[in-house]
Ligand binder design. Structure first.
Ligand SMILES: Cc1cc2nc3c(=O)[nH]c(=O)nc-3n(C[C@H](O)[C@H](O)[C@H](O)COP(=O)(O)OP(=O)(O)OC[C@H]3O[C@@H](n4cnc5c(N)ncnc54)[C@H](O)[C@@H]3O)c2cc1C
Length: 374
């Protein structure tokens, strides 16, 4: 290793670096503020034959109680560059830039495109990985390109948006987590552009006057909506130890959605199948609200099992109340998946991943029913 590089610390607890505050220790841990050091550390780990994982704000991972045996690099690179034209602002942010600071900057400058993504915790480098989205916007709508290290060739490449295979909370980067280290993200924003007010709750709050409310007002309203649902990291919020939504909203065919609606009527959850909340998704598919399914399957808001439970303000957020283990949280998640399968024949999939980006494996205590596939 280059002697100028700070040496990684050994046996470092990872829980304080995650929003869930759960999980074991890293074999080696280093926070890195320079891109060149990030590349060097990943190479060092490869030469040592150690697995290496990147960590941003730790807001979308469940770290195993056994910890991570290799090197964990906390990405803290900073820097924002802006290239302007009349039509477009190309904003490039280093991977370690806190995401909400980028949104705040854009809103303050009057650059439209990410105002509804206010208050999402974590780093900018992680935003394209699951194509973060909220309140009617997704990062994919304004993403221009991603600069990344290809860990299979050790080349730094620029991946244009079209190559990123962005979808609902997914991308090429999420599908190949061991391969890509995101170094910087470039967004194409609209100078002087109108705010996006597409989400029903936002519309109700903001469009009473029928005029463009402006970016700062939209940002404020989104932050307020998030605060009320404990979807904003706030130090004194009893629901604060979470990863936001724990499950993806299932995307199913119209026929499966109808079957779920009829089952809900049979079970007394609904008076009529048309009352099942559902939203159109690309390719004629239908998105079902996972929170609704979780609550009807017996896990209401505020549900508690020991020191883990369901947020008192949003049924999609699983919460750690302190002093627990990742195993306890994952056991609860597994039981919720089983209960939803048994009641509605639909499989929920976790949104967060393990630290190395691999899918979480949930323990299952009893078998669910046959699953309905899209
Ligand atoms: C209260 C709360 C609300 C949330 N609301 C939303 C929401 O509205 N919409 C939404 O989409 N998400 C939401 N999330 C989830 C989360 O904030 C986002 O997914 C965020 O982008 C994760 O960023 P992070 O830096 O914390 O990533 P981390 O949790 O640190 O990492 C997530 C994964 O990405 C990998 N990774 C991190 N940085 C890099 C990098 N530079 N290169 C390669 N891989 C990397 C990690 O190895 C890990 O596998 C919420 C979370 C919380 C706690």
């Amino acid at each position: 290793m280059n002697t100028a590089l700070p040496a990684p610390r050994r046996n470092v607890p990872l829980a304080p670096h995650t929003t869930l505050e759960l999980g074991g220790r890293a074999g080696f841990f280093l926070e890195i503020a320079r891109e060149s050091e990030l590349l060097e550390m990943l190479r060092w780990a490869a030469v040592q034959g150690l697995p290496a994982a990147l960590l941003g704000g730790g807001s979308n991972v469940v770290v195993d109680d056994e910890g991570f045996p290799g090197l964990v690099v906390r990405v803290a690179t900073r820097g924002i560059e802006v290239a302007r034209s009349d039509q477009e602002i190309l904003l490039t942010a280093a991977a370690g830039e806190p995401w909400d600071e980028v949104v705040s900057l854009a809103v303050g400058e009057g650059w439209a495109g990410i105002e509804c993504l206010s208050g999402i915790p974590g780093t900018t480098g992680a935003t394209p990985i699951q194509n973060v989205g909220a309140y009617g916007q997704e990062i994919g709508q304004v993403l221009h390109s991603v600069r990344a290290l290809d860990r299979s060739t050790w080349e730094v490449v620029t991946l244009p948006k079209d190559e990123l295979q962005l979808g609902y909370r997914t991308s090429l980067l999420r599908r190949q987590p061991a391969r890509w280290a995101v170094l910087a993200v470039t967004l194409a924003l609209r100078p002087g552009g109108e705010a996006t007010v597409r989400y029903r709750e936002l519309e109700k709050l903001l469009l009473a006057g029928g005029r463009d409310p402006g970016l700062p007002r939209v940002r404020e309203a989104v932050l307020e909506l998030r605060r009320v649902k404990s979807m904003l990291l706030t130090p004194d919020d009893p629901n604060r130890r979470s990863v936001g939504s724990f499950f993806l909203n299932p995307v199913v065919t119209a026929a499966v959605a109808e079957k779920v609606a009829r089952r809900a009527v049979d079970l007394g959850d609904l008076a009529c199948p048309d009352h099942l909340p559902r939203f159109p998704s690309p390719q004629g598919l239908v998105k079902l609200p996972a929170a609704w399914l979780v609550e009807r399957a017996g896990f209401p808001r505020g549900f508690r099992r020991g020191v883990v439970g369901v947020s008192s303000r949003h049924a999609l957020a699983l919460v750690h109340h302190g002093g627990g283990t990742a195993a306890e949280l994952l056991a609860l998640a597994g039981d919720i998946v089983t209960a939803v399968e048994e009641r509605f024949d639909v499989s929920l999939v976790p949104e967060p991943t393990a630290l190395d980006g691999s899918p979480l494996s949930l323990p299952r205590t009893s078998g669910g029913g046959a699953r309905l596939r899209p």
